[in-house]
Design a protein around this ligand. Sequence first.
Ligand code: FNR
Length: 381
Amino acid sequence: MSRSLISVEDLRRRAKARMPRFAFDYIDGGAGREMALQRSEAAFRETCLTPHVLVNSATPADLGTRFLGRDWTLPFGIAPMGLPGLAWPGADLMMARAAEAAGAPMVAATPGTARLEAVRHAAPTASMFQLYVGASAEITEDLIARAERAGYDTLIVTADVPRPGKRLRDLRNGFSLPLRPGPRMLADLLRCPAWSLATARHGSPSLVNLADYAAPGASASGLAALMARQSSGRLDWQVFAEIRKRWSGKLVLKGVMTADDALKAHEAGADAVWISSHGGRQLDSAPATLTALRQIRSALPPDVPLAVDGGVRSGEDILKALEAGADFVFIGRPFLYAIGALRAAGPSALLEMFAAELEAAMALTGRRSCTRDGGERQKAC
Ligand code: FNR
């Protein structure tokens, strides 16, 4: 990574300069006044790690961990994100390849901009599939069947979009699919000629996973309407139980924020519970995910695996989540900042940066392992 791009904030700033505002705002923004987004970030900023000295860290700490039945090289991965192609064409596959090479998971989103089959092909062991359960049970079933045929072994069911989030930046920017550039958007596109040319060459980002279900020749706006129906609405515990029966692989419920719901998910057969406020893009008054993690960890049997995301911006933040009882940590926006800033080189550079920061934080705090049971500090000697 260049000397001027050495933190997530650097990548964010560079991405902002290189991307049209409506595209950057779609990625960067949250719901309402963006309080939930800020609260999750602030919880990490306000949490301390305690240094432990004379812990002999001559050999690097072990960053590997076990999660969802397999060993990962890193205890963190890439969260599912819709329309990643807005950062730069091909973003989905850039993240998939980087994750596969690093031994970290990458979750392909239902509203991805590469087909779920193509993501699996690019990350044959590291990819997981995120499912939105929407109005049409047939589409849901077909997406599950496609994920199965493509070879996915882990399904992440996202539960926190019963209605679309009210994202003020998108509303103010007039952001919709297909892109309908008004005078302001046009000025924005002219400010970013490389992005505009690349996007024109590849075609505007589109919800390709849903293209099969739209009427032949459906417009991008028809697809977007289908997505709105297919991301919201029908999911309840009964439907989740049906999905559990239907899917023989690992199943995760994403978007859980209370101990009650986490326990229900566990009892309903979820193999892990993923604590998330959707990056603050849904309920603006939601608490910080780190706070929810602490509450859920203390209420649940210790053997229930927990993942968390929201506001993780450094290796130290990853360690804070592990210290608070997470088994695995996911990160969203920073990977799209990295692509906006560095294109294809972004995701690998960021995975390396997070890994180096995490290892250093572990050395400084005397932690030798990322697993919950193996995370106790080495005795000072
Ligand atoms: C998301 N997120 C998300 N989650 C999901 O389950 N399905 C989806 O399609 C999307 N789409 C999406 C788009 C964009 C642009 C963002 C930023 C996020 C939420 C995502 O998986 C994750 O929960 C948050 O991004 C985590 O917060 P941070 O790391 O971005 O702060």
